[in-house]
Design a protein. Sequence first.
Length: 502
Amino acid sequence: MNIQSTTREIKSLAGDALVVGALRKRGSKEVALTSAAQAVNDSLEGLLQEITNAGEFKGGLGEIATIYTMGKLSTRRVVVVGLGSQEDLTGQSIRRASAIATRHLQNTAARQIVLALSEGNGNISLQDSIQAQAEGALLGSYNFRKYQTREQEAKLDSIEIVAPKGHDSAAKAAIARGIAMAEATNFARDLINEPPAVLTPTELANRATSMARKLGMEYEVIDKPQMEELGMGGLLGVARGSVQPPKFIILRYKGAPDGEKGIALVGKGITFDTGGISIKPAANMDEMKGDMGGAAAVIGAMQAIATLKPAINVTAYISSTENMPSGSAYVPGDILRIMNGKTIEIVNTDAEGRLVLADGLSYATREGHSPIIDVATLTGAIVVALGNNHSGLFSNNEQLTQEIIAAGKSVGERFWAMPMDNDFNDNIKSEIADVKQTSTRAGSSITAAKVLQNFVNEETPWAHLDIAGTSYVDSKKPHQEKGATGVAVRTLAEFAVNQAKK
Ligand code: BES
Ligand code: ZN
Ligand code: ZN
């Protein structure tokens, strides 16, 4: 898809459709037209105002009204999209409105569209608005149709985003940032949406390393013999049941001198989670192809970072394997020794994520990175606790917690800080190993995080993001189709960019 900026006048813009924004005025039923919407209204002799006056369109976030211009404008259709209330306008409302309008237009045969949603206001700058429009358009028009043999409808092929005269170069830079963020998110979504027979640990490593190669990043893939040498007993233990060889993938982005250790991102890359010997029920098991959502988020973030080029070092560590039941699989009662020497008593082979992450965190800790952030579709309990809109955030450091929440907020992703009191350690004491793998159902997302904490240092700021509820949607939404969301890609990239500025 081709996305460009334009500073031409609304009247002279050509295409299948023009998208303009309108806002709700707080405490009144009136709709406020943005300047582009006003220009459309003038050209159409007040038609837009007539629609809002009639009450058909109220300006609520994502609301849509379509007008056919009958030759009065050079675009065939105008789509008015609601941006929500004027006072609450954020990058996220613009991104969301852009995604909804773009997805709608793609599904209704538009191929060339022009976006003029908002020039920003006191809350949000012109650049951020343009970036959000570009991001929203690419995220909203994403789909995963490569396995459908029936003839596919054409996708959108070009988008122009309107900027005021004199702002052309700022608009171009904003669009480039939006493309970097959205393409990285969509790359992560592709990895998650691929069937598990295609996206094996080997294929995950291939896709991650070819992306790295293209963007000039260093990479390394650690295979089984080297894992054995390193003592990666968590990853090796989980991998025992699978015929697919496990892979430990390392990607290194260098934006600062070599001596600086920089940030570590650690991802859970279970390419399919059957539960292993503690096998899962059949219902919705297909969604467990997304159990490499943490790995995908980390790999996607590395793509965005390598494109945006912040002055900081960032290293990704991905533990990837399947979790399968078989005659060679690990079983409850086993004790696994993790790379940092600590042992874990296995009680449920379905709690495999913490085991593979333990090796990833041990590796990142040994390398001396700070901060360390791991991302994982770790627990069903986080879905019960927070639902599908907030990811769980667990950390040993308040500043890091606030920085991640802030990075998330600016890209439109929500993280919720969870308790990490040491009281929870009582639940994971083992009589025969250093740590017990799981406890009871009570607070089990927190005990999972407490298990992970055994593999980082107290002094190193560390955060664990549990994206089990946010990484995958099981039904389509106005702004996106069913499947992977690519959550955390943009938050991690934004976080790295912000850290580089510190
Ligand atoms: N991959 C699952 C967690 C999950 C659940 C991700 C739902 C996405 C959606 C994880 O490996 C798992 O099975 N966790 C168990 C842990 C339990 C056995 C302690 C869970 O959450 O039930
Ligand atoms: Zn599991
Ligand atoms: Zn899992």
